[in-house]
Design a protein around this ligand. Structure first.
Ligand code: 13P
Ligand code: SF4
Length: 350
């Protein structure tokens, strides 16, 4: 576990991290991407970290891959590649740098390592887990295979390398329905997200989909009643739900898609008001790009994603910790499942 006090002390000895309005002003091009959601006072605090991280990235020949749920300071301030889980996995294969710092959760860093075994993949906080990834082990996959003999296992990328290695193919929320639809089997096992599986089952009615009972602690909290009430109080708001939400919630929404699907939809449709039924940073990260859209409504915070902070990213590059390791035999098998997903997505034009 990270010793935050020690980290703070060491970093303040190595770098000038005092709030600095002049430095903040000199980085106004970066600030312009988030000034609707980050105040000038906050930016003066963040700017010294952003400057130090961007300098260190060059020295270490490192790139930062950041998920759409990172806070705006990380998303806009220091990342080189941003996106949803599929985009990050695809981009991880193309990385030329020696070091990848994964700003997201542990399974994402494992995926990058699986796809780049020779590179150093750093995780700024090893405790950034995921309720879905923690809900199943390879024993669970074996149990499902026993229950539904011959059915292929499609595992969400939100799983450990060990689970991916025991699966036939992976999927993300942006390609799950197409992957399931393309498999040559009437029955498909989907793990570990029961809600993603149920949402996919509605999109691919020709298949019998069976699922593991995992769920995302962020998206499972929304209820259909919440959405109906919100619509009543805020008529005209476009409601957009992530497919990790329960199916009755998705049913009440105007659109459902992965985090990049959400961004594409809002960019295309430009509704006057939008409610994103997903993690809170999603709306924060896209609101400067879409000034004509007012993002309203409640959102839920992912406690795992929020473990990644600018300070921990700086520490990670400063100390080159923590490197993510995956047993070579596990990585080899997991790579097959991830690569099949990437290849099939490409073939399907996704
Ligand atoms: P996507 O970005 O692939 O939609 O995934 C959402 C999520 O919950 C990742 O943990
Ligand atoms: Fe896992 Fe949900 Fe957090 Fe994504 S938002 S990392 S699925 S707990």
């Amino acid at each position: 576990m990270l010793d935050l006090q020690f980290m703070e002390q060491e970093l303040s000895e190595a770098y000038d991290l005092e709030p600095n309005p002049d430095l903040a002003e000199s980085l106004s091009d970066i600030y312009a991407r988030m000034n609707r959601v980050v105040t000038p006072v906050e930016w003066a605090i963040q700017a010294p970290y952003v400057a130090a991280i961007n300098r260190l990235k060059k020295e270490r020949n490192a790139v930062i891959l950041a998920h759409n749920y990172m806070t705006p300071d990380i998303f806009h301030g220091v990342s080189d590649v941003v996106g949803d889980s599929l985009q990050l996995a695809v981009k991880a294969v193309e990385v030329q740098a020696d070091v990848i710092v994964q700003c997201g959760v542990h399974f994402m860093a494992e995926t990058s390592k699986i796809l780049n075994p020779a590179k150093t993949v750093l995780m700024p906080d090893m405790e950034a887990g995921c309720s879905l990834a923690e809900s199943i082990t390879s024993a669970g996959i074996a149990q499902m295979r026993e229950q539904y003999p011959g059915a292929p296992v499609v595992s969400y990328v939100n799983t450990t390398a060990e689970v991916k290695a025991a699966s036939d193919i992976c999927c993300t929320s942006s390609n799950a329905a197409q992957i399931v639809g393309a498999l040559d089997s009437d029955t498909i096992i989907m793990t570990p997200d029961q809600y993603l599986a149920q949402n996919v089952a509605k999109q691919v009615p020709q298949k019998r989909i069976v699922w593991w009972e995992g769920s995302c602690i962020v998206h499972e909290q929304y209820t259909a009643q919440d959405i109906r009430e919100f619509r009543e109080w805020n008529p005209g708001t476009r409601i957009i739900a992530h497919p990790e939400c329960p199916p009755d919630v998705v049913n009440e929404a105007d659109f459902s898609g992965s985090t990049s699907g959400i961004l594409d939809y809002v960019t295309r449709e430009k509704p006057e008001k939008a409610m994103l039924v997903t993690e809170c940073s999603m709306a924060s990260n896209i609101s400067d790009e879409l000034p004509e859209v007012e993002f309203i409504g409640p959102c839920n915070m992912c406690p795992y994603m929020k473990k990644i902070t600018l300070q921990k990213v700086l520490w990670s590059l400063h100390t080159m910790t923590e490197p993510v390791e995956v047993e070579p035999e596990v990585a080899e098998k997991a790579r097959i499942a991830v690569q099949r997903m990437i290849d099939l997505s490409r073939k399907l034009g996704l």
